[in-house]
Design a protein around this ligand. Structure first.
Ligand code: NAP
Ligand code: F7E
Length: 357
């Protein structure tokens, strides 16, 4: 049987790397788009590239979602059966600083792919768009978001992703393209970028454990998120493209925790006694270790965003029914997975530093 060909944008990111692993396991030929950077940016996929089993199944191409010709030429050459558009300027905080660039990549980038599919008349190519819970924003009381909820984005990132979400639906309805979106709530893993809050916390705690770091500075620790594991979620991205008809799906756990609850659970797992004191910008986290008390968490104004989504929780009923969504990771086991990995990394650094002395 002919092997399926997939093209993944954002293959060097958290989701892209897990998705590439999954597709290779399913015997796909995987093509990925990587950006030219001044230092190596393939750390999450190097193990796939050097694996001799993947030699003829894994190809990387230089490209950028802001470059229409490049996107068009790659799609024309590869003629993929499935395109997963995971590439994005994905940091909500950064999108307030670089709103125009964020719109170009996370908004118009999607249009560039859809236009290439349309123009090349690729009738059999299926398209997956990485939509996000940042399309939603609370209006009044807390609620659980589902596929029928109104979109109220609160950031340039959310607005760019809303454009991508709608243009995907418009190309599906107007040109009959098999184009689907997964509206994914926050998902984390040991491969999560280090500036996202969960990884910032687990990385800090692991480094603190080995004496490599003193203090952690955070923003709004009362924001609540519906956190799942990226490994569970990329499987749904694939499943969404295996449906008979294109459609949109919420992928979420249905549980929501604050950043502070995440810290408390992570501290518990690593064996740190934490006590909170104060309010607002004066709130501090105090670590009690070996009968010594030390302020190790502080709140910093610069980590607050000009606008914030305070509460997110998703209703995953459609995904459970149609995609048989059954996540393997819980809130606690997600944190455990991240801590184990970050402790390993911190321990290696501690040994290196000792050997250097
Ligand atoms: P990520 O780790 O930040 O990865 C983003 C990827 O996009 C990286 O490979 C990055 O390349 C690439 N990229 C950035 N700018 C690009 C450009 N101009 N042209 C081409 N590629 C570019 O994100 P993730 O967490 O894996 O998320 C994957 C997708 O799902 C993103 O679209 C994100 O917005 C969306 N999403 C994420 C979550 C979540 O909780 N993780 C939830 C909902 C939706 P470099 O490695 O070179 O930077
Ligand atoms: O923030 C608060 C922050 O940056 C989570 C992206 O993958 O998920 C992600 O977006 C919460 C926010 O993720 C810090 O204000 C407090 O309320 O980890 P985050 P995010 O903004 O939810 C969605 C679904 C996506 O689609 C995005 O691509 O934590 N917070 N203190 C902080 N956040 C950060 N980054 N750093 C802090 O110091």
């Amino acid at each position: 049987m002919k092997k399926k060909i997939a093209l993944v944008t954002g293959i060097t990111g958290q989701d892209g790397s897990y998705l590439a692993e999954l597709l290779l396991k399913k015997k796909y030929i995987v093509h990925g788009i990587i950006r030219k950077s001044s230092s190596f940016n393939t750390g999450r996929i190097d193990h796939l590239y050097i694996d001799p089993h993947n030699k003829t199944n894994f190809y990387l191409h230089y490209g950028d979602l802001t470059d229409s010709n490049n996107i068009y030429n790659l799609i024309a050459k590869i003629k993929p059966d499935e395109i997963y558009n995971l590439g994005a300027q994905s940091h909500v905080g950064v999108s307030f600083v670089n709103p125009e660039y964020t719109s170009e990549v996370s908004g118009i980038g999607t249009l560039r792919i859809l236009e290439a599919i349309r123009f090349l008349n690729l009738k059999k190519t299926k398209f997956y768009q990485a939509s996000t819970s940042e399309l939603f924003g609370e209006v009044g009381s807390k609620k659980i978001f589902d596929e029928k909820s109104n979109f109220v984005p609160k950031s340039p990132y959310g607005a760019a992703k809303l454009y991508s979400h709608w243009i995907t639906k418009i190309y599906r309805e107007s040109y009959g393209i098999f184009a689907s979106s997964g509206i994914l709530f926050n998902h984390e893993s040991p491969r999560r970028g280090e500036t996202f809050v969960t990884r910032k916390i687990t990385r800090f705690l692991a480094r603190k454990y080995y004496g490599l770091e003193k203090k952690l500075y955070l923003g709004n620790i009362y924001a609540k998120r519906d956190w799942g594991h990226a490994k569970d979620y990329v499987e749904m991205q694939w499943k969404i493209l295996q449906q008979k008809k294109p459609d949109d799906f919420i992928i979420a756990t249905g549980k929501s925790y604050s950043v502070k609850e995440f810290i408390n659970e992570a501290c518990k797992q690593i064996g740190f006694k934490i006590k909170w004191q104060g309010k607002g910008l004066k709130e501090i986290g105090i670590l009690n270790r070996n009968n010594k008390k030390e302020v190790f968490i502080r709140i910093e104004k610069r980590y607050f965003r000009p606008n914030e989504v305070h509460f997110l929780k998703g209703k995953n009923f459609k995904a459970v029914r149609k995609l048989k969504f059954k996540p393997k990771y819980s809130f606690k086991s997600l944190i455990k997975d991240m801590l184990i990995s970050d402790l390993k990394i911190a321990r290696s650094e501690m040994i290196l530093r000792k050997n250097d002395k």
